[in-house]
Each structure stands twice: as structure tokens, then as C-alpha cells.
Design a binder for this molecule. Structure first.
Ligand code: FAD
Length: 386
């Protein structure tokens, strides 16, 4: 019997994309969100072609493209000298090679585009200001006043929907802290490429900078080793966090330090990741996005994987031949593991010191850019089936 109705816990990137993906198959979606209104924490996002292709199929890409920037290249540079170590062309090259664009945008741009599409869709209903403590069928039905064949837990790294899934993953501190902030274009030193995504590398840390057209400035993410702030942590910001940021990057290029000094109230963001575990209860509940597999941002793929999950889940469960939750987990797990490995490799290479750093720089200097682009084909060229 075809599926009639799905309940989705969480109206983040995963939840909103899941609603649009199920509605595309004619299925009613009720989205339950704890926040009273949807405002985005954090600032920028890199959106790779594997995700952009799905957003195009869901009809939201044109609105995003009108606001985002397609960087001409993704560069790796020294955090001390600012010398470019590797430059990979993006822009038209990404569109040609992977059949979809690579863009950088404010998170609010993506969230608003998804939200507006959900609000326009007569099959989608959003319940704001309703926190779910445990995603049992009864609790969900009491919130939406109807029964659902499927409950999708898309409630992020601190997921409560996990309680309905035996042996679900749990969140653990990764050992790294991120500081996130935006600066105006006038505060960006001339040495920083204004039309690229640049990751500045150094021992034990890196800084990513890219333009954000929406705020007329730049998005900065600085990541370094840090102590576990405790399981009860929530994003916070204060003068102390800024002092920690400047201390962590002492000895880096003066231009980068001036940039960090411009940070007006940086958001302090300890990085948690989801460990191994089941994503479904074998019956009617499944986890997607950060709830299932929150990963380190070293490959900039967390949101992209959430978008892929949502689209493929709908395709597998609502498509012509309905597949099982176990089949969904098996399909997605192998891809998520590959993305995680890529993120670990990037962490190792970005924060390298001593002989490893020397070997890394030699590889960057001698290996052709085409070989590096080829390494991305499995990731950016992926065609999710929805
Ligand atoms: C520093 C940093 C940089 C990043 N950069 C990138 C990047 O460039 N590219 C990229 O692809 N990814 C990036 N990511 C990863 C990306 O941000 C996440 O993977 C993505 O936002 C996950 O989306 P989600 O919808 O699964 O979870 P979330 O965005 O956390 O959304 C969860 C939603 O569920 C709601 N919710 C939570 N609990 C409940 C509850 N109990 N009841 C009801 N509602 C609830 C929340 O309010 C929220 O709206 C980055 C992450 C970090 C930390």
C-alpha cells in the first residue's frame, strides 16, 4: 500500500529537505520543530555539486543561485606565509565536470529557500514551538493529531528522536573547537583572495575564509584543538572565547591575526560527532542528517550528506518499489563512511607538522590539479536517486 503520511522531527536542512522530497512523491508531511521561529545559528556554508543537484530537482536552487557566490577556486595556503600551496578551479569547471554548481552562501539563504518551498507546498505542514522528547508513534500522533507510517528523526547532533531507535549513535566530542564569525569586506586584508574559498593551514589548526554576498563580507571559520567543554554544552560566545581564539593562532600570519581581531563576538562551537550505531528501529522510525551521522566539517559535507539522505530516503520508501529502512541505512552508510574518511584525511593533512607537512606540501606542489579534481568525482559527481 502506498505511504500516505510522514512525520519529521526537526526543521533544519535535513528535515525541510525531507519534507520536500516526500511531498514530491505525493506524501503528506508534518514537520515538528522545537524553535518557535526558524532563525539560523552560524553563518556560512559551502554547498557542493552533489547537494546543489538535489536542490535543483526540488526546485529551490534558482532562488539560492540568485544570492550565493560561485568561487572561482578552492585554495589551500600556508597560515604563516599566506603562500598558495594548491589551487583547484571551481566555478564553470565544477558545473562542467560534476554537472552542478559549487557555491558559498549564508545558511539563512538555504534555510529560507527550503522553508518557503515547504510553506508553498500544500502537502507540508510545519508545527513550530513543539519539542519532542521521545519520538514514539503515540507522542508524535498526539502532536500532529494523526498517525504516520514513518517517523523521520532529523533533529541534529543532540537528537532526541534517537531514544526511539535501539542502539542509536551518541554524540562525542571530537577534540576540536570551531570559532565562526563574519567580517565586512573592508576588513579583509588585500592578500586574501576575494573570489575563492581559502583554507589557511598550520600546525594543529586551520582557518577557512570565503565571501558571503548576502552580508557584503566574508565568512571565517577557525578550527583548532580544544578541551571538551562538557556534554551539556550549547553554542556560546563571549570576550573570553575571542581571547582563546587569538591565543590558539598566535604566531600565524599577521594579516590573518588582524582578521581574527576583527571578529565581533565570534561563536564558539565545540565540534561533536555521532559515533557508530543503528539509524532505524526496523519498523517505523529512521534517523537522517546530523542525528544519524554528525561529522567533522573538514570536508564541508555535513549539510550535503543531510540533503542526500533526505532525498534518497524519500526515493527508497515512497518510490515505485518500496524498500526497507535497513536498505536505506546500508546504502547511505557506505557513502557516509567514505565522506568521513575524506574529512579525517583532510584533518590529518590540514593540521600536519614537521616531516608530514613537508611531504604534504611536496605533493601539493607536484601533483597535477587534474588528479586532485579526479579525487572529488565520487563525492561531487554523485547522483542521488530520489
Ligand atoms: C563549523 C561548521 C562548519 C560547517 N560547514 C559546512 C559546510 O561548509 N558544508 C556542509 O555541507 N556542512 C557544513 N557543516 C555541517 C552542517 O552544518 C550540518 O551537518 C547540518 O547543518 C546538519 O543539518 P541537520 O538538519 O541534520 O541538523 P540541524 O541543522 O542541527 O537541525 C536540527 C533541527 O532540529 C530541531 N530540533 C532539535 N531537537 C529537537 C527536538 N527534540 N524536537 C523538535 N525539534 C528539534 C533543531 O531546532 C533544528 O532546527 C558545518 C558544521 C560546522 C559545525
Amino acid at each position: 500500500m502506498p505511504m500516505k503520511s510522514v512525520a519529521i522531527v526537526g526543521a533544519g536542512i535535513a528535515g525541510l529537505t525531507a519534507a520536500l522530497s516526500f511531498a514530491r512523491h505525493g506524501i503528506d508531511c508534518e514537520i515538528i520543530e522545537q524553535a518557535g521561529e526558524l532563525t539560523e545559528v552560524g553563518a556560512g556554508l559551502q554547498l557542493s555539486p552533489n547537494a546543489a543537484r538535489i536542490l535543483a530537482e526540488l526546485g529551490v536552487l534558482p532562488e539560492i543561485e540568485a544570492r550565493w557566490t560561485e568561487p572561482v577556486s578552492v585554495d589551500l595556503a600556508s597560515g604563516k606565509s599566506l603562500a598558495t600551496l594548491l589551487s583547484l578551479p571551481m566555478g564553470a569547471v565544477a558545473r562542467r565536470r560534476w554537472g552542478a554548481p559549487y557555491g558559498v552562501l549564508h545558511r539563512a539563504t538555504l534555510q529560507n529557500a527550503l522553508l518557503q518551498a515547504v510553506q508553498r507546498n500544500p502537502l507540508c505542514r510545519l508545527h513550530l514551538g513543539k519539542r519532542i522528547e521521545n519520538a514514539t508513534a503515540d507522542i508524535i500522533a498526539a502532536t500532529t493529531f494523526r498517525d504516520h507510517e514513518l517517523i523521520v528523526g532529523a533533529d541534529g547532533v543532540w537528537s532526541a528522536a534517537r531514544f526511539a531507535v535501539p542502539s542509536a549513535p551518541t554524540a562525542t566530542f571530537s577534540g576540536n573547537i570551531a570559532w565562526r564569525f563574519t567580517v565586512s569586506e573592508n576588513d579583509v586584508p588585500p592578500a586574501i583572495n576575494k573570489s575563492a574559498v581559502t583554507a589557511y593551514l598550520g600546525s594543529g589548526g586551520h582557518i577557512v575564509a570565503y565571501p558571503l554576498k548576502e552580508v557584503g563580507g566574508f565568512n571565517i571559520v577557525a578550527i583548532a584543538l580544544g578541551a571538551d567543554p562538557g556534554a551539556t554544552w550549547r553554542a556560546e560566545s563571549s570576550g573570553r572565547q575571542k581571547a582563546m581564539l587569538l591565543e590558539q593562532f598566535r604566531g600565524w600570519s599577521p594579516e590573518l591575526l588582524r582578521l581574527l581581531e576583527k571578529a565581533d563576538d565570534p561563536t564558539f562551537w565545540p565540534l561533536y560527532q555521532a559515533g557508530p550505531g543503528r539509524w532505524h528501529n526496523g519498523r517505523d522510525t529512521v534517523l537522517i542528517g546530523d542525528a544519524a551521522h554528525a561529522m567533522m566539517p573538514f570536508a564541508a559535507q555535513g549539510a550535503a550528506m543531510a540533503i542526500e539522505d533526505a532525498f534518497e530516503l524519500a526515493g527508497m520508501l515512497a518510490g515505485e518499489t518500496r524498500q526497507t529502512l535497513a536498505a536505506f541505512e546500508a546504502l547511505r552508510l557506505s557513502r557516509i563512511e567514505k565522506a568521513r574518511k575524506r574529512a579525517s584525511l583532510n584533518r590529518f593533512a590540514y593540521h600536519a607538522t614537521g616531516p608530514v607537512r613537508i611531504a604534504r606540501d611536496l605533493v601539493f606542489a607536484t601533483r597535477p590539479a587534474e588528479a586532485f579534481l579526479k579525487d572529488f568525482d565520487w563525492l561531487y559527481g554523485y547522483r542521488a536517486r530520489g
